[in-house]
Design a protein. Structure first.
Ligand SMILES: C[S@@+](CC[C@H](N)C(=O)[O-])C[C@H]1O[C@@H](n2cnc3c(N)ncnc32)[C@H](O)[C@@H]1O
Length: 300
């Protein structure tokens, strides 16, 4: 690989290009369209039924599936990758992955890249896509069900709830990748009406809760931890900022869990929305969601 096509140079060049010009495909394609190139597919949280139709069709047609190792439930691979060559991306750097996918694509093989959940959330997909695009290999994204959504479904709740949670934060705790000053979990929880969804924080639940307590967060604030949401060994641990750390430590989970903080995680404390109230019958909206609701024609 020549220097100007090495992944880092390619990423730098593509990143610079994004800052000045928009790709025509942004306006010419929709997210569900079949497109030319290598799809970067969200495999969903784990259950094979939680893959999109677009994702399933692309995987079933693939000769080569590059997947995110243990983050992708092997049941998804078993269900849809019959006969395809499977390559685990864990432990491979871009310098290895990019030529592997490029060469296969240029040989006329059907290549897919499989990420867990949705590639748009802590997926590191764009750098691979940019490096491939720079070498003339088209790429595109196929969305998936992110683990926060699988966890909320498991918990039979919503991440937004009228009066309780007006906002959702997808975040991660400080650690090797994130400096402590860039850890905003206490800010989100402190806002009071945010459901905070913590990715990549299973190993650090107790530390995270200790920091929240130091910041003065109410120890009784509900916290739900969903390990392997939608997998056969899914587990739910419920507690509070004050006691969830010890519970997760006792369970022994160090990875692969979603941590949801806030009343919405427990489905608690919410008020009836205006959607199914007087507004639905044409009456004046009486609450803070009334201003935006009239634009909505469906009851979603
Ligand atoms: C590298 S991030 C990838 C997130 C993924 N792109 C998504 O949209 O869910 C990995 C983290 O996602 C969360 N995660 C992924 N799959 C999960 C599942 N099935 N159940 C609970 N959490 C999951 C965990 O917090 C894990 O540490």
């Amino acid at each position: 690989m020549s220097d100007d096509t090495a992944p880092q140079a390619a990423i730098d060049a593509e990143r610079e290009k994004h800052a000045h010009e928009r790709d025509d495909r942004v306006y010419g394609r929709t997210a569900g369209d079949e497109q030319e190139g290598i799809p970067f597919i969200g495999a969903g949280p784990g259950h094979p039924r939680l893959l999109t139709v677009a994702g399933k069709e692309a995987i079933e047609a693939a000769d080569l599936v590059v997947h995110a190792g243990s983050l992708v439930n092997s049941e998804v691979l078993d269900a849809y990758c019959d006969g395809a060559e499977l390559v685990n991306s864990v432990g491979k750097d871009l310098e290895e992955l990019v030529p592997l996918m490029r060469d296969a694509y240029e040989e006329g093989r059907t290549v897919v890249r499989l990420h867990s959940g949705d590639p748009a959330i802590y997926g590191a997909a764009l750098e691979q896509m940019d490096a491939l695009e720079h070498e003339g290999v088209p790429t595109y994204l196929v969305p998936g069900v992110t683990s926060a959504f699988a966890a909320s479904a498991t918990l039979r709740t919503q991440l937004t709830l009228n009066e309780t949670a007006n906002h959702v934060a997808f975040t991660r705790p400080q650690g090797k990748t994130l400096d402590s000053e860039d850890d905003h979990i206490a800010d989100f929880v402190g806002m009071g009406d945010v459901t905070t969804c913590i990715y990549l924080g299973t190993h650090a639940v107790a530390d995270t809760m200790d920091r929240l307590l130091d910041e003065g967060v109410d120890p009784d604030t509900p916290v739900s931890v969903v390990y392997h949401a939608s997998w056969p060994d899914e587990d739910v641990i419920e507690g509070t900022v004050g006691d969830i750390g010890a519970k997760v430590d006792d369970a022994g989970y160090r990875a692969s869990a979603m941590v949801l903080i806030g009343d919405a995680a427990a489905g608690a404390g919410y008020e009836r929305s205006y959607l199914y109230g007087g507004w639905a019958n044409g009456e004046e909206p009486g609450g803070n969601d009334g201003e935006t609701e009239p634009e909505t024609t469906s009851n979603d």
